[in-house]
Design a protein around this ligand. Sequence first.
Ligand code: NAP
Length: 313
Amino acid sequence: MTKIKIGIIGSGGMARHHLTRFTAMEAAEIVAIASRNEQTGTQLAKEHKTAFISEWTRLIEREDIDGVVVCTHNDSHGEIILAALQTNKHVFVEYPLASDVGEGEAALKLAEERHCVLRVSHPESVSNTHKALKQKIGELGDLLLTSFVRLTPGRGARPEILFNLPVSGIPAHFFIYHIYPIIDFFGGAASVKKSAAYEGLTENGQYDGFVNTLTVEFKRGGIGQWTWAGGIAINAAEEHERYVLAEGTISDAGGEWHCTTPAGVTPLSIPDSPQSTLQELWLSEIQDAANQPPNLEDAAVALDAIRISLAPE
Ligand SMILES: NC(=O)c1ccc[n+]([C@@H]2O[C@H](COP(=O)([O-])OP(=O)(O)OC[C@H]3O[C@@H](n4cnc5c(N)ncnc54)[C@H](OP(=O)(O)O)[C@@H]3O)[C@@H](O)[C@H]2O)c1
């Protein structure tokens, strides 16, 4: 079997996660790791018996690499994926797709022109729960309202990165993984309203706590509302999600999905069928790209999601 040759960019938590997945796969070979962080980069390269490169620009130029996995912070995704697509590399990028809508649009255009796979790490493509929700939503008529609330006491593992406007963007952007699934259900927004307040905001854009709300009117009708609050006086994280549709309401309660209609409440049935991993999906898409143009539907949803998360406050 011809192996797909991969370069990894970044050497933090997600780089380690993807490396572990890819090295366990017969169809993949890790050719090099590029990282600006020499300490974690060389360590990771040593553990995986692969080459270390200090600059990602040199990694994407290599002709012995088919695809790159971008695991850097949010502020560099757009620049790196554009450069990688320009050298005809297939791309797997950690979410968000980009931190600039123009860069995201250009990336989709380039991927289409160059017949390159562009996959963003949103896991919904391989999620049984997401597929079951999508089917149920399709059965219950027009959307009236979807609401999402996440309240969290903590500041994450690396607060200096997470609670950092220039590096990660506003909370709605670093919580893009709460926006993407809903855009996959209901499509893009006709209008977006946002507001955010920060506690302890410093001149360099770091902060200690936040409240961020987002309201959209979907192009196909219906309203979406997201609320995030972090670094707040609450003991444990809380999350609630609801889809109010013309013929019923789907909501999660204690981690279980239920559907309420005038006839009563029924649990959402979620099949137990095995799903491939995102890494397996990406490799199979690269193999298929030899014979047909890549499917960029998922990347288009990821682009619609950043159009919302990056809409002006
Ligand atoms: N899919 C998921 O479940 C999931 C979960 C968490 C995070 N994420 C996303 O994954 C990405 C990485 O998160 P992480 O938790 O792995 O972060 P991390 O542990 O801080 O690692 C980021 C790595 O990228 C490097 N880096 C950052 N900016 C760079 C740049 N401009 N040029 C070169 N190298 C750069 C960092 O170097 P330094 O060490 O020098 O900073 C570090 O090696 C983020 O975009 C995040 O939103 C996804």
